[in-house]
Design a protein around this ligand. Structure first.
Ligand code: NAD
Ligand code: DAU
Length: 349
């Protein structure tokens, strides 16, 4: 029996990881620790919430004493840490909450692990889930490798970079067994519709304007979320202690091209004339400090641990669009209330 604490398990990526771990490893006890911010949603886990090897604990990662108690109560021997504030636009409006959760929260977890494990590090692991945004922005060419120097530009990426540094500091200073992965943009079911793909699918369905930042020329490297969860599983079990692994699918898209694919797919599935929703494209003021291009080199993960993405992008985006079209209740629930206020403030200019 392993007692694995997954933080942020009610969020987008966390819920896919919790599902994978609960179903694949009946002998592990999966403890999902999440404070349920606007982005956390237990409805994401409905299908597994009654499984015998799953527990949910409502807790703020910044609440050091409560986190310590969780380590004690559940005899935690491994952590997979995903809890974070994750949206770049929100970090521009409110950087404090990003430093608080992403930096101080990570530090609280590291300290709690260090105290609970008390130098007995055999069979222990602190796995920190990070982002490719810590590497900054690329020009037209090249890739982020595990050796690329950190160069974060947004308050979000600065806070994630800082948390990565703390994790490495705990490995080097205290011998805490750690591993870090840095992944590219994820897409798939259960993503909160503040992020490009679910936001635009929702707007296309509702024939609402599609707010494209700048000229739509920024490039992102998209990975199907279930492939990210599989990569975390592989790294958790087989990754080398103290190492970093980049995760990505060599799948770069210019925003405007990706948006046109989404439009075509939604139009077709809704029985509209294909491409007719292109008239909704609205170019708006660019995001401050908008990174031009991300592209991950995940060769190390493939060569050392044998991981590869399982889905081609065309298949992944079709599956994703269908999921949002079939799960209107989920979408309506998360876009009611507070979301309306956020949307107004963010896009009313
Ligand atoms: P998300 O915003 O969908 O979910 C974050 C989860 O963390 C939510 O369930 C939220 O309730 C929880 N949380 C936030 N603050 C908390 C706190 N103080 N205490 C406890 N729980 C808290 O995020 P996501 O997109 O699923 O990202 C998960 C992780 O993966 C993050 O660390 C993010 O930086 C990283 N990441 C995301 C992507 C991506 O494309 N979404 C890519 C690479 C890395
Ligand atoms: O690269 C990994 C990162 O990917 C993760 O660490 C972050 O948590 C995740 O949010 C994501 O960050 P991005 O900023 O790249 O994702 P987002 O979906 O917000 O935006 C994708 C691109 O689309 C980006 O170039 C900005 C643009 N965009 C986004 C929104 C929300 C628009 O043009 N209009 C929009 O309304």
């Amino acid at each position: 029996m392993r007692n694995i604490l997954i933080t942020g398990g009610a969020g987008f990526i966390g819920s896919h990881l919790v599902r994978l771990m609960v179903n694949k490893y009946p002998d592990y006890r999966i403890i999902n620790l999440d404070v349920l911010t606007y982005a956390g949603n237990l409805a994401n886990l409905k299908d597994i919430e009654k499984k015998a090897n799953y527990e949910f604990v409502k807790c703020d990662i910044c609440d050091f004493e409560k986190v310590q108690q969780v380590f004690l109560d559940y005899q935690i021997d491994s952590v997979i840490h995903l809890a974070a504030e994750s949206h770049v636009d929100r970090s521009i409006k409110d950087p404090f909450s990003f430093a608080q959760t992403n930096v101080m929260g990570t530090l609280a977890l590291l300290q709690a692990a260090k105290f609970a494990w008390n130098g007995k590090f055999e069979d222990k692991l602190f796995y920190h889930v990070s982002t490719d945004e810590v590497y900054g922005s690329l020009g037209e060419e090249g890739f982020f490798t595990e050796e690329t120097a950190y160069d974060p530009h947004s308050p979000y990426s600065a806070s994630k970079a800082s948390s990565d540094h703390f994790v490495r500091a705990f490995q080097d200073t205290f011998g805490l067994p750690t591993v870090i992965s840095n992944c590219s943009n994820n897409y798939g079911a259960y993503q909160f519709p503040e992020k490009l793909i679910p936001l635009f699918i929702n707007n296309i369905c509702q024939s609402k304007p599609l707010p494209v930042y700048g000229k739509g020329e920024n490039v992102r490297d998209w990975l199907f979320v279930e492939d990210h969860a599989r990569a975390i599983d592989v790294i958790f079990h087989e990754g080398k202690q103290g190492d970093t692994y980049n995760i990505g699918g060599f799948n770069e898209w210019k925003n405007i091209d990706l948006i046109k694919v989404m439009i075509k797919t939604v139009d077709r599935l809704l029985g509209r004339e294909e491409g007719s929703s292109e008239k909704l494209i609205t170019y708006v003021t660019d995001r401050a400090g908008h990174d031009l291009r991300y592209a991950i080199d995940s060769t190390k993960l493939k060569e050392e641990l044998g991981w590869e993405p399982s889905l081609q992008f065309e298949e992944g985006i079709e599956k994703t669009v269908k999921w949002y079209l079939e799960n209107t209740e989920w979408l309506e629930n998360v876009t009611s209330g507070e979301y309306q206020k956020y949307y107004e403030e963010m896009y009313s200019k």
